[in-house]
Write a protein of this length. Sequence first.
Length: 365
Amino acid sequence: MNKDNFYMWLGCIKGMNNSKLNALIEYFGSAEEIYKAESRELLAAADTSLAENIIKARKTKSPEKLMEELDKSGAKYIANFDENFPEGLKNIDDIPIGIYYKGILPARNSRLVSMVGSRRCTEYGRMAALKIAGDLSDNGILIVSGMAAGIDSYSHEGALRHKGLTAAVFGTAIDKCYPPENKSLMERIIENNGCVISEYGPGQATYGTDFVKRNRIIAGMSEVLIVVEAEIKSGTNSTVDDAIKYNRSVFAVPGSILSKYSEGTNALIRDGCPPVTSYKDILLEMGIDEKPCRKTKNKKEQSDIDGVSENGRFILAALDKEALDFDTLAAETGIQESRLRTELTLLEIRKLIMKLPGQRYRLIL
C-alpha cells in the first residue's frame, strides 16, 4: 500500500489538519507509522481528542476499505506533496492534506480565475457571470467556482458555453452533488475536461461550516477572485478574506445602488477593490494578451446574428449541436420562461431557428 492511502486515511480523522499531521509525521516518521502506532504512543504525541479519534477510526475503517470506497465512487485522491497538486494551494497557510476529485485537474501551467457571488442572484448578475466567464474562457482562462446555485452555477455555465475549462469546489463529500439539481452541470463539467474537487471523501460526513472552509480552496486556487454579486452580509465575504490573506487580486462587478444584491460588491469597490467592467480588466491584471477573436462555430454567418440579444445568442449556442425542447432550453440557458418564449419568437421571426412538433426548436441551416 502506498503512502497516499495512509495520508488519505489520516486526512479523514476529525480534528486533523496539515500542521497536526506534519507534527505527527515528524514524531513517528511516516503516515504509515502513525496508523500502526500503539494507543499509548498516540496519546503521548497528539492532543487527547485527536489521538482518541485516530484510535477509534482504526476500529471502524481501514485504509484498504477507504480505497475500495474511493474506487467505487469513480473519484481519485491526490496528496498535497504530489507535484500535480493544484499549484495555487501549495503555499497557503491552511493547505488541505489532500483533495478528492473527478475529471481532470488543472494543468500546472493553467491560468485560473475564481468567480463567486449570491445564490439568489438577479438577471443582471446572471448575465454578468455568464459573459465574464465566457469571455475569460475564450482567452484560455480556467474558471473556478463552488457550484452553488446562482452566480457559481452561471460562472461554470459561462465557461462551458464557450468550450472552456472549469473547476467546481464542493463543500460536501466528493460523491454528493450539492445542490442536487446541479448534477447535470457537474456531469457536463467532467465531460468537458474540467473537474470537481472536495476535501471530503466518499460518504464522509460534512457540516454547514465545511462550505465556509471550502471557500479558502476557491480563493487559493486562482490568481484573481471576482465577486459578481453579493449582499452586504454574505458568505462571499469569507472567500474575499481568504483571497486577501493569500495575496490574490480581488475584483468586484459594480451594480445598481437600488439592488441589495449589489450592496456587497459596491462596498468592496468603495473600500478599494478595483471594479471589473470587462474581461479585459482581468487579462490586464494577469499580464495576458487578448487572443484574436475566434470564429464562431455556429453555422450562421456573423452578419445574420448581428443585433441578436445576449439571451438570443445563448439560445443559438445551445441549439448549435442538436434540436432541443423548450424545457431543456430553459434548463441549459437559465433564461426565465416568459423571457425565453419572447426570445424564441424573435429568433423565429429573424429565420434563425424553426419550431418543430413537441415544442422543439432547431437552427435553420
